[in-house]
Design a binder for this molecule. Sequence first.
Ligand code: SF4
Ligand code: SF4
Length: 84
Amino acid sequence: MSDKETVTTRGTLVIDVDACKGCNLCIDACPPGVLVMTDIEVNSRGYRYPQLLAGCTGCKACSQICPDFVFQVYKYDTPQEHTS
Ligand code: SF4
Ligand code: SF4
């Protein structure tokens, strides 16, 4: 038995941080909730921007909703398992 949690990650993102205008649309659009805005860090335009946690499914909801084409989504051929 183990109380460790296993997270499956099926995709990843390239995030064009400086293209982000901090509108937050992607945060609510991500079904597994694996996008979080930075707390303090801002991009070159002064906006907070999203960061990716483990557990992306590669669903592309973020890239479809983002008005500024910040995301490129890639799906892994083989899902990755992370134990936290
Ligand atoms: S591809 Fe889907 S799961 Fe991954 S960060 Fe974007 S919205 Fe979230
Ligand atoms: S939807 Fe696009 S512009 Fe808006 S916060 Fe997310 S990455 Fe930035």
